[in-house]
Design a protein around this ligand. Sequence first.
Ligand code: GDP
Ligand code: GDP
Length: 436
Amino acid sequence: MNPVIALVGRPNVGKSTLFNRLTRTRDALVADFPGLTRDRKYGNGQLGGKTYTVIDTGGISGDEEGIDAAMAEQSLLAIDEADIVLFLVDARTGLHVADEAIANHLRVNQKKTWLVVNKTDGLEEHSAMADFWALGLGDPRPIAAAHGRNVTALIDEVLAPFPEREENAPPPATEQGIRIGVIGRPNVGKSTLVNRLLGEERVVVFDEAGTTRDAIEIPFERRGRPYVLVDTAGVRRRKNVSLAAEKFSIIKTLEAIKECHVAIMVLDARSGLVEQDLHLLDYVLSTGRALVLAVNKWDGLESEQREKMRADIKRRLGFADYADLHFISALHGTAVGDLYPSVERAFKAATAHWSTNRLTNILQDAVSEHQPPLVHGRRIKLRMAHQGGSNPPIIVVHGNQTEALPEAYKRYLTNTFRKVLKVRGTPMRFEFRSGK
Ligand code: GDP
Ligand code: GDP
């Protein structure tokens, strides 16, 4: 699991400036994840061989009332989720009473905390630091987030205890079966669905829960086929902790998406699609994961409501129309069994291998059906196609002047490949290369 760094401090000390720098380093794989909560922003970054996740918190003014109190709560939640806290203070304004209030929070919290003094550009470091020793959080570390001064060295040190890990590492092998992640915002019915999936007839749940990994795994077998549920809802633990609701964790959700082969994203027919759903979906798409959509709580809706809901979802989720869409009731078990064939199909498509011959034939058929346009009097030529990767599948198309291919033509090709190869449930990526 990525180490998680929370940026904490009062407003205007430079948290978002630092966030941007940390998530936009040259080789960073940025996956911004705004809006899942109102005030926290998530991003991934990379330094050398190490990757990390950064949370930019709303900011704590130390004097919380009303909206500030809500923001402070967000910050405290972010601190909870983090492995490391970078507590930012402002060298220009010097020590502020609010800094002391935050320092008190942090001392109680006992998270590994670094005291970071920002905006030291143009200041003499030694005297700029002097004030901040009083916070009792150890050595103040001077940086200038806006200019990058000392930032890399600081992060390098912060990450020293954590091992190297490849950001885009594929999920673990499939020996134990397809890994299914059930994801979605709080209260959409994830744990009800997980219990339903596991409670189905002919499902055997193995008891040695794999708590070895960060996300809790539940291995099981259905009709003789093995699967692993990657549990973000904390279902396993709820059983023991007398149903105490697990706190929804974005970090766990992001981790589960990375750790699964197929994500079942649960939506709530009662509340309809909300922005959080779209952000989460965006994130799934950016990771290239295979996906099945389940609109839950379909029970007890009037047919008029159903029609409206169905139309709304189809329209707004057009960008994810490669995913099978199911209308289910986790509570009553309606249509829950139908999720399995979709999961199987999505996994198969995501990991399929096609020969260069087959792909080239599809390409040539598509081209003779509908020629690419002329550019400066010369026809764009598309010669051959091969598979450049899987999960998600990548199709590499070779030809001449491919950089001039209009978007509409690319879409035509994409759709043709999808249709002929019968790919459902996974995103597909296309690369176009020009050469001799
Ligand atoms: P946040 O509210 O904590 O997220 O703070 P911002 O990142 O929005 O920064 C507040 C202000 O401080 C902005 O005007 C930034 O340009 C400025 N700022 C941030 N980092 C530095 C720095 O390293 N040096 C200087 N001089 N200004 C900075
Ligand atoms: P989670 O936070 O996503 O794990 O959601 P839960 O599984 O805890 O469910 C949240 C609430 O929605 C609970 O009160 C469930 O009983 C209810 N719920 C879950 N699935 C359904 C469903 O299919 N229909 C109805 N009507 N309610 C459901």
